[in-house]
Design a protein around this ligand. Structure first.
Ligand code: CP
Length: 315
């Protein structure tokens, strides 16, 4: 009989969801779940990564992702160094590759990178000797966000397969949407995307989703509603007539949510723009809002990623 190691993770890097299997995702979520239990029981500090070096290289702003990667590394005992573009030699004209090669010469064990260019982590992974984790690249992917979202959903619904998940708002510019669509499809959920035509990618039909331009239709009988921020920093030109009109048609409020299932839960990756894509009454309703729990799951999921990549199981 073939022995299946349920903690085997045969990847050197974590660059996107698209190259993970359902078994990989289950493994990551199961390991993360273990860290959630330990952390909630007060057992926060571990020595698994003692003597290992983790460099967080953030070329774009971040509150949640950078802090939780730092916390995750420290909780596992790694030496964690944070670099941001403002304090790096990129400001003096150094290229991404030169920066990466410089850091590589210091023999880190893992590089966590966020960059505004899609594909930057993939390029880095070809050049350095250590594991690379994508902490968000342009409009491409944000794999650890999708994993933490999946863990949060699983905590509340007990499964991912068969659920109806409506992802709403600025899908076009969202790496969170792209990673979530990929993960939810792999795990057998039914994915809907909801937004104005201008914010839905032209290739949406090829992504394995149902497309809606009306919140009332897209949210009907949904188990999970995931709201997204308008990514104005990635927009060239006007994609919505006005914030007021956008909120009227696509902002989540109690009335629009009333068509979803009675046990619907709502999510938002943050940062949140209250009164633009979501009403405060919904965001702060702890009976239905999973927003704070998403942040908690973020630390555990990043611990699981660091843990599994450090095992060197890649074939
Ligand atoms: N969700 C997310 O990526 O948030 P930050 O930009 O604060 O990291």
């Amino acid at each position: 009989m073939t022995h299946i190691d349920e903690t085997r993770f045969a990847h050197r890097h974590l660059l996107d969801i698209a190259r993970l299997s359902a078994a990989d995702i289950d493994t990551l979520l199961n390991v993360a779940e273990g860290y959630v239990s330990k952390s909630r029981a007060g057992d926060k500090k571990h020595s698994l990564l003692r003597g290992r070096t983790q460099i967080n290289l953030f070329f774009e702003n971040s509150t949640r992702t950078r802090t939780s990667f730092e916390l995750a590394g420290k909780r596992l005992g790694a030496d964690v160094i944070n670099m941001s573009v403002g304090s790096s030699s990129v400001k003096k004209g150094e290229t991404l590759i030169d920066t990466a090669m410089t850091l590589n010469a210091m023999h880190p064990d893992v590089l966590v990178i966020r960059h505004s260019d899609s594909g930057a982590p993939h390029l880095l992974a070809q050049k350095v000797d250590c594991a690379v984790i994508n902490a968000g690249d342009g409009s491409h992917e944000h794999p650890t966000q999708a994993l933490l979202d999946a863990l949060t959903i699983r905590n509340h619904k007990g499964k991912l397969a068969g659920l109806t998940v409506a992802i709403c708002g600025d899908i076009l510019h969202s790496r969170v949407a792209r990673s979530n669509i990929a993960l939810l499809n792999i795990m057998g959920a039914r994915v809907r995307i909801v937004g104005p035509t201008t914010l839905i990618p032209s290739n949406a039909k090829t992504l394995g989703v149902e497309v809606y331009h009306s919140m009332k239709e897209g949210l009907k009988d949904a188990d999970i509603v995931m709201m997204l921020r308008l990514q104005t920093e990635r927009m060239q030109g006007a994609f919505v007539p006005s914030i007021r009109e956008y909120f009227h048609y696509f902002g989540l409020d109690k009335e629009k949510l009333s068509v979803a299932r009675d046990d619907v839960m709502i999510m938002h990756p943050g940062p949140m723009n209250r009164g633009v894509e979501i009403d405060s009454e919904i965001a702060d309703d702890l009976n239905i809002s999973l927003i704070n729990e998403q942040v908690e799951m973020g630390v555990a999921v990043r611990m699981a990623c660091l843990d599994l990549l450090s095992r060197g199981d890649q074939s």
